[in-house]
Design a binder for this molecule. Structure first.
Ligand SMILES: Cc1cc2nc3c(=O)[nH]c(=O)nc-3n(C[C@H](O)[C@H](O)[C@H](O)COP(=O)(O)OP(=O)(O)OC[C@H]3O[C@@H](n4cnc5c(N)ncnc54)[C@H](O)[C@@H]3O)c2cc1C
Length: 413
């Protein structure tokens, strides 16, 4: 019987995979290196595909009782005007929006659900540091926590440990990077109830791009810095950034001055990369560990969750019946890889177009096809549809929607 699963990393990919496998009665342990789920300026967007998955498991309504904001559109705002890139409000779904909820709230909610399953274990503060190998196959991990070094044996180990994956490094997987031209500096500014709402906006001005995300009482603001120019920007200090914010977001007025200490900002080194092969005997990588996504479109969490759904669809039966083969792991890569590479290629194309304009200090105009697309009924819904669900939606198999009788989670804690 091969039914023990070790998941390294309790981010969106790891926690959703754990939920889907543990509901089916498999023995699942998540090892999470951090002591809690709190993350500063991490991806906090929950797309309709994620909310629909949780709804099918009877969890969405309770999740959405937790504090969150909603974005109905993603827009480009330039000197010439506003172009809607993706409009979720026209999608035929119970959730026609992006729910913006801090990862700590989302992941703690999942952990709370999972703790009622006797076959699930979450170890916080547990850093995976080695792989256990037997006759060339991975058979679990070695990890370190406050109690010292431990071994956890498992029939399948899944690396869900994010963009700097230790499991990827331990497994000898090679990461191929695609070059990009901008990094993002995240900081916060106060928000008033009368400020614009319902949108994720990307303001493109001379030399820089600004992204604003509504966090209810504050704005999450992203400011682009050309790659390699971080030290130069830091030496110039917050003044040029305040001036840019004031120019692009005049309605924010004097509040731009609230970003007055460089140490309050967090740099996101933007990367797009993926491993060539996602698996080895006994070991699989999913989410950012397998493919690092740019923040363009805010789809990183959506793709990580869709990887988890695809993995659950393909691996649950072989794990349950003790017949798991390396070829099953290959099927997960086959299902997901081409879709991920299409998203990454699109991101690189968009990013290069924006960088070219920013480098040339010119005004940005959204690409003509996008402008045309945004004005034609039917076609204008496509970008929203692809952002919400990916090019091809990945749905949880019907027979996996019902929990195995012995593993029905207790609801309403
Ligand atoms: C600043 C920033 C902003 C972003 N904004 C967005 C956004 O708006 N929308 C969006 O969709 N995406 C966004 N992303 C990307 C998004 O956060 C990721 O794509 C998504 O979280 C990937 O999920 P994951 O589960 O694969 O990895 P992660 O969320 O990175 O989770 C990996 C987990 O593994 C743990 N871990 C790491 N090493 C070990 C180890 N050795 N042992 C055990 N545990 C380990 C980490 O602590 C972490 O909890 C952003 C990313 C960053 C950095």
């Amino acid at each position: 019987m091969s039914n023990t699963v070790c998941i390294a990393g309790g981010g969106p990919a790891g926690m959703i995979l754990a939920l889907l496998l543990a509901r089916q009665g498999l023995e699942v342990t998540v090892l999470e290196s951090a002591k809690d789920f709190d993350r500063e300026f991490r991806g906090d967007t929950l797309h309709p595909a994620i909310l629909e998955l949780l709804d099918s498991l009877g969890l969405a309504d309770r999740l959405l009782e937790l504090a969150h904001t909603k974005a109905k559109t993603v827009r480009f705002i330039t000197a010439r005007g506003t172009t809607t890139v993706a409009d979720f409000s026209r999608l035929r779904t119970k959730f026609p929006y992006l729910a913006i909820m801090p990862q700590v709230r989302f992941l703690s909610f999942l952990a709370n659900e999972l703790k009622h399953l006797p076959n699930f274990r979450l170890v916080m503060g547990a850093r995976v540091e080695g792989l256990l190998k037997e006759a060339g196959s991975v058979r679990g991990v070695r990890y370190q926590d406050s109690g010292g070094s431990h071994e956890l044996r498992a029939d399948l180990t899944v690396g869900c440990d994010g963009r700097f994956s230790k499991v990827r490094q331990l497994g000898g997987f090679e990461l191929h990077k695609l070059s990009l031209g901008q990094d993002i500096l995240w900081f916060s500014l106060p928000r008033k109830a009368s400020d614009p709402k319902d949108n994720v906006d990307q303001y493109i001005g001379k030399g820089h791009l600004l992204v604003t995300i509504d966090r209810d009482s504050w704005w999450q603001v992203g400011y682009s810095i050309p790659k390699g120019k971080y030290q130069e920007a830091k030496a110039a200090g917050v003044g040029p950034i305040q001036a840019f914010v004031k120019k692009m977001l005049p309605w924010l007025g004097e509040r731009a001055a609230d970003f007055n200490d460089w140490n309050d900002a967090t740099l996101l080194s933007v990367e797009v990369a993926r491993v060539k092969r996602w698996y080895k005997d006994g070991l699989l990588l999913i989410g950012d560990a397998a493919h690092v996504i740019s923040p363009i479109g805010g789809v990183g969490i959506n793709l990580a969750v869709q990887d988890a759904i695809a993995a659950a669809n393909i691996l649950t039966e072989p794990l349950k019946s003790g017949t798991l083969q390396t070829s099953d792991l290959a099927k997960v890569q086959k299902k997901r890889e081409w879709l991920i590479s299409l998203v990454q290629s699109q991101q690189v194309t968009e990013e290069r177009a924006v960088t070219k304009v920013l480098d040339a200090n010119e005004s940005f105009e959204p690409p003509l096809p996008l402008v045309i697309l945004s004005q034609i009924p039917l076609l204008r819904d496509l970008p929203g549809l692809f952002t919400a669900y990916g090019l091809i939606p990945v749905r949880l198999r019907r027979d996996l929607i019902n929990a195995s009788p012995a593993q029905t989670p207790t609801m309403n804690i």
